[in-house]
Design a protein around this ligand. Structure first.
Ligand SMILES: CC1=C(CCC(=O)O)c2cc3nc(cc4[nH]c(cc5[nH]c(cc1n2)c(C)c5CCC(=O)O)c(CCC(=O)O)c4C)C(CCC(=O)O)=C3C
Ligand SMILES: [Fe+2]
Length: 375
């Protein structure tokens, strides 16, 4: 057995995810949970419901989180990290509030949160922190004393997140027909968000011009493209593009969309494209529908060979990265000097979101940040 690692001051890790439906009857209530108060047009909701029904009403996200839980527990056990791992979601069972109630009943007093979102943004960070605040407030209203929650820093530039995606792109390139492989372009995709949300993502001093959201994705895209060039000796042109746009049409969101990008590349004579969904941690519905179904159909219509590369999912290197982040945070909380592990040009992200980081349109309490109302 390896020597036990010191996890003071924490007594649990909470995997916090989006959640997804697990059958046809779950789809509508799930979408109601996701869009409550978000002003999504009805037409868009009907359309997105169809994406789920096409797959029997089952999103793969919950199964992928179960696999990630297994990978984390195995990695922790193999490396002497004695920290129980719990799982709760924003929008579907197991619901975050229920899991925090269980953590409280189990006597956990200080919990580290791993969100299945690697980047800064309202949707990818503060919204999860608002959900944590709602859950903590609900438990306090029940007369309980829930644990203190801290959130692990953004891990977009951790090698354990980037390297599995490099391998994924290499596999997709290898899978393309020989005659188009070397000419293939790389389209790194992420979730489109409103321009206003991108511009205000991350700490206040970095606001403007796509904010931390775009800067972080560009750093990851460049890291992967550089690694692919080193490993293949071929310089594949690349671009960061967007998918899964929602919201009202008159509100500007990040562009170009992947489907428009494929059209434009095809018109420019590009022989093939690898779509690399770097914005997502696992192959959930937005990958299976928006890329594997919609964008792939668009490419087929154009006669453009495309491949979609793998997300990190439950890759053991990602589980090891989470362990590294946990150990790093324990060291920092204990007041010891460490060098946080990060690739690229931006350096390691902050541990505690500062005031004004990724603001909401309508301010609400958010836990696990400098502006948290919870002790
Ligand atoms: C940045 C970002 C991530 C990545 C970070 C992270 O992973 O958190 C993400 C992930 C996900 N988004 C997901 C699903 C949905 N997102 C929606 C709506 C929206 N997402 C947004 C942003 C993001 N979303 C935004 C700005 C909206 C508009 C409404 C609003 O301002 O809040 C809607 C409503 C319908 C629609 O409008 O498309 C659905 C159903 C699923 C689950 C998939 C599955 O079931 O497998 C996952 C992992
Ligand atoms: Fe989303």
């Amino acid at each position: 057995m390896p020597d036990a690692l010191d996890v003071t001051p924490y007594d649990a890790l909470l995997l916090l995810s989006f959640g997804g439906p697990e059958g046809p009857d779950d789809v509508v209530p799930f979408l109601e949970n996701v869009t409550r108060g978000r002003g999504i047009p009805r037409e868009r909701l009907k359309e997105v419901g169809q994406h789920y029904f096409l797959f029997g009403g089952v999103s793969p996200i919950n199964e992928q989180n179960r696999e990630l839980l297994d990978a984390l527990r195995k990695d922790f056990a193999d490396h002497g990290l004695d920290l129980p791992v719990y799982w709760g979601n924003r929008n579907w069972q197991p619901y975050l509030t229920d899991t925090l109630r269980e953590l409280t009943a189990d006597g956990r007093r200080r919990v580290l949160v791993l969100a299945t979102s690697a980047y800064a943004s309202y949707s990818g960070c503060r919204q999860y922190r608002e959900n944590l605040a709602d859950a903590l407030a609900a438990l306090e209203a029940e007369g309980l004393t829930p644990p203190k929650v801290d959130k692990l820093r953004h891990y977009f530039n951790h090698p354990g997140f980037v390297e599995p995606m490099v391998d994924g792109v290499l596999r997709s390139l290898a899978d393309l027909p020989d005659e188009v492989r070397d000419g293939a372009h790389l389209a790194f995709t992420t979730h489109s968000i409103p321009l206003a949300a991108a511009d205000t993502s991350g700490p206040v001093e970095g606001h403007g011009d796509g904010g931390a959201y775009v800067a972080e994705h560009l750093d990851v895209a460049r890291l992967i493209a550089d690694a692919v060039r080193e490993r293949t000796g071929v310089d594949h042109p690349w671009q960061l593009v967007y998918q899964s746009r929602s919201g009202a049409p008159h509100i500007p969101w990040l562009e170009p969309d992947i489907c428009d990008h494929l059209e434009e590349r095809h018109a420019a004579g590009v022989p093939a494209v690898v779509m690399a969904p770097i914005g997502f941690v696992s192959d959930h519905m937005e990958v299976l529908y928006d890329l594997d179904t919609e964008a792939t159909a668009k490419a087929a219509e154009l006669g453009l060979p495309v491949r979609r590369s793998a997300t990190v999912g439950s890759d053991p290197r990602f589980a090891a990265a989470v362990r590294d982040l946990v150990v790093e945070r324990c060291e920092t909380e204990g007041g010891r000097e460490i060098t946080p592990c990060a690739l690229g040009t931006l350096g390691a992200s902050h541990n505690v979101c500062p005031v004004g980081c990724c603001p909401a349109r309508a301010p609400r309490p958010a836990a696990a940040g400098a502006d948290s109302p919870f002790a």
